[in-house]
Design a protein around this ligand. Structure first.
Ligand code: ACM
Length: 618
């Protein structure tokens, strides 16, 4: 057998001196960080002084400190005789700061002898998150160092959103709270809760109990990827779940204490199979029996725009608004097939009577009717970009998901917009690499770098129109996400990139610094907190085909302390293979292809998927 010749030349040059991280490990990168000399030594004796001890942010901070293994007490400054104290080795967290700060902003000064945080409301809360990120544990339990610096910070966008679909798969209260904790740690402030869809209605509505009695349960679920043929296989296992109103109130309070507003989504007029399974009279053909959907996609069984349905929707939304105090009520509006309306005599007549052009006009009529009601209750309607079909309701805000066109058009019309395009790497149900080892996903390709590169303000908008872009959101649809561990895998680390595009000034964005110097430090901490993040492939290994006769391989793991093992023989790499220790050059023999495969193994033994680069000299 002819042996393929190759040569690995290990470079002997000293590793490049690591650049200092200008953002000191903080995610999202702050507006301004001025490093100063030295560190503050945090010890069990460090006094934490606050000017409002009952403030909920102080309570949450105390809890987070305990979780991280610090047991310092928190003292009300008003009970301390300041003249007798030199305040050395103290951290002063001032909520009642008198100076000027931008909206949601804070300033944090770390000196060798003391730390001072100034902020109000959410700004104060975010300052505490930054402080926690700056505390680096020493080997001595209860001790930490905090590098000296002066930080000024405030967000780029007022809307920094993360979405979760709980219809396709249900996630319990504990998971929702962990999700909210994660969002808060990364300064996100809107949780878009996708509560209803074809596959399950997940919110208790007292006036219409069948919504949960019938609509929250499906008989079975599709196994594996949707194929659309007769060969589809189902798991023959009933699936269900919903949140009681008490649970929802508890979650709303939990979120608001962390400065997160929940945007509840009640889908209409499409994605309503669970709803018409419970109440067929709200469809255009009540003689039919409808089943809660067991597979994915768009369904033709939509709501009928008649009086009875609108009355029910208003009753439902009244209960929803009692639970969710936030400004926005999300009514979905996406992917509504018009078949049932085309077949309906009632709808045809309504189009004529209301001088609508067609069924798109009916979609607009539907959303406008609901908007009038939502506005009459003092709230604002928001929907996916399809709510523009047939004409946008007068005060509606638009979530642009099918690219940016809907968002651009809405902003040009003077409507507020949240950017969340799948094409911009903001659909976290898309795969994170092209490797066949990625878990089953809906498809698409949204690696960390792509999410990070997204800029929510389209160049097509002028300065005035740009002001309508209130922010950005990423979406986690859960057709193929049935477990907490997989939800976390799809969320992390991409949510860290989302946080930076939502918060950090554009001029401060730097992917190399973000991924290599900051994400790498955050992932072990997330792991210690029990989150199942995706171990990224090393920098320098891309999952694309490369052509040539020589390849310089220079790899950096994106998890601090992780090891990279590799093979060039096509076999799966593991701990028994070659350990990457420094840059190497791979010579590819003429007319041959070499498969360069890597695996990253973190200090705690967590493994990445195998990254595979085909290097071809043909
Ligand atoms: C959506 O992804 N259908 C909004």
């Amino acid at each position: 057998m002819k042996k393929i010749l190759f040569l690995i030349a290990l470079a002997f040059s000293a590793p490049a001196i690591a650049q200092e991280d200008p953002y000191m490990g903080i995610i999202p990168a702050p507006v301004s960080v001025k490093k100063t000399k030295g560190v503050f030594h945090f010890t069990p004796e460090t006094i934490i002084l606050v000017d409002s001890p009952d403030n909920k942010s102080v309570r949450i901070f105390k809890g987070l400190l305990r979780q991280a293994g610090y047991s310092n007490t928190v003292t009300d400054i008003n009970t301390v005789d300041r003249k007798r104290w030199d305040m050395k080795n103290s951290i002063m967290l001032a909520q009642n700061f008198k100076g000027d700060l931008p909206a949601e902003g804070y300033e944090l000064e770390v000196a060798e002898t003391k730390v001072q945080l100034n902020g109000r409301g959410s700004g104060y809360f975010y300052g505490l998150q930054t402080l926690l990120q700056l505390m680096h544990k020493t080997t001595n339990p209860g001790y930490a160092t905090i590098p000296c610096a002066l930080i000024h910070d405030n967000p780029r966008f007022s809307y920094r959103g993360m979405h979760l679909d709980v219809s396709r798969h249900f996630f319990d209260v504990d998971f929702i709270k962990r999700y909210i904790d994660l969002m808060a740690a990364y300064k996100l402030n809107f949780f878009h809760w996708h509560l209803t869809d074809d596959q399950g209605w997940r919110i208790e509505i007292k006036k219409y109990p069948k919504l949960t009695e019938v609509g929250s349960k499906r008989a079975q679920t599709l196994v594996g990827k949707i194929k659309g043929g007769d060969a589809d296989v189902y798991d023959n296992t009933p699936y269900g779940g919903f949140y009681t109103q008490d649970q929802i109130l508890d979650i709303v309070t939990y979120a608001s204490e962390r400065f997160i507003t929940i945007v509840p989504e009640i889908e209409m007029p499409g994605h309503c199979r669970a709803m018409v399974a419970a109440y067929p009279e709200w469809s255009c053909d009540p003689t039919q029996t409808y089943k809660v959907a067991e597979t994915w996609g768009e369904f033709k069984d939509v709501l009928c725009p008649n009086e009875e349905t609108f009355k029910a929707l208003k009753d439902i939304l009244r209960e929803v608004m009692l639970l969710f105090p936030g400004k926005y009520i999300h009514v979905g509006g996406d992917e509504c097939p018009k078949d049932a309306w085309k077949k309906s005599e009632f709808c045809r007549q309504l189009i004529v009577d209301s001088t609508l052009r067609d069924e798109n006009g009916l979609q607009s009529y539907f959303i406008r009717t609901i908007e009038r009601f939502v506005n009459s209750q003092g709230r604002s309607l928001i929907g996916w970009d399809e709510i523009m079909e047939g004409g946008l309701a007068p005060n509606a805000s638009v979530m642009s998901w099918r690219g940016e066109a809907g968002g651009i058009a809405a902003a040009q019309l003077g409507h507020d917009v949240i950017m969340t395009p799948g094409s911009g790497g903001l659909y976290f149900d898309h795969a994170q690499s092209r490797s066949k080892e990625e878990p089953l996903s809906i498809g698409g390709y949204a690696p960390l770098a792509k999410t990070y590169a997204y800029d929510p303000v389209p160049a097509a908008l002028n300065k005035e129109q740009q002001k309508h872009v209130l922010g950005v959101q990423a979406n986690l649809w859960t057709e193929y996400i049935a477990t907490n561990a997989k939800a976390e895998y799809m969320l992390l680390p991409r949510m860290l990139a989302l946080s930076e595009i939502a918060w950090t000034p554009k001029a401060n964005k730097d992917y190399k610094n973000f991924s290599e110097q900051r994400v790498a430090k955050h992932l072990p901490k997330l792991e210690a907190a029990g989150f199942n993040y995706r171990v990224p492939e090393p920098v320098g290994a891309s999952d694309t085909l490369a052509n040539g006769d020589k390849f310089k391989i220079e790899l950096t793991p994106l998890v601090e302390g992780a090891k990279i093992y590799f093979t060039i023989d096509g076999y799966q790499p593991r701990e028994t293979d070659l350990l990457y220790t420094g840059p190497a050059t791979l010579n590819i023999p003429k007319d041959k292809t070499i498969e360069f495969k890597t695996i990253v193994i973190t200090p705690s033994g967590k493994r990445s998927i195998v990254n595979d680069i085909q290097m071809s000299n043909k």
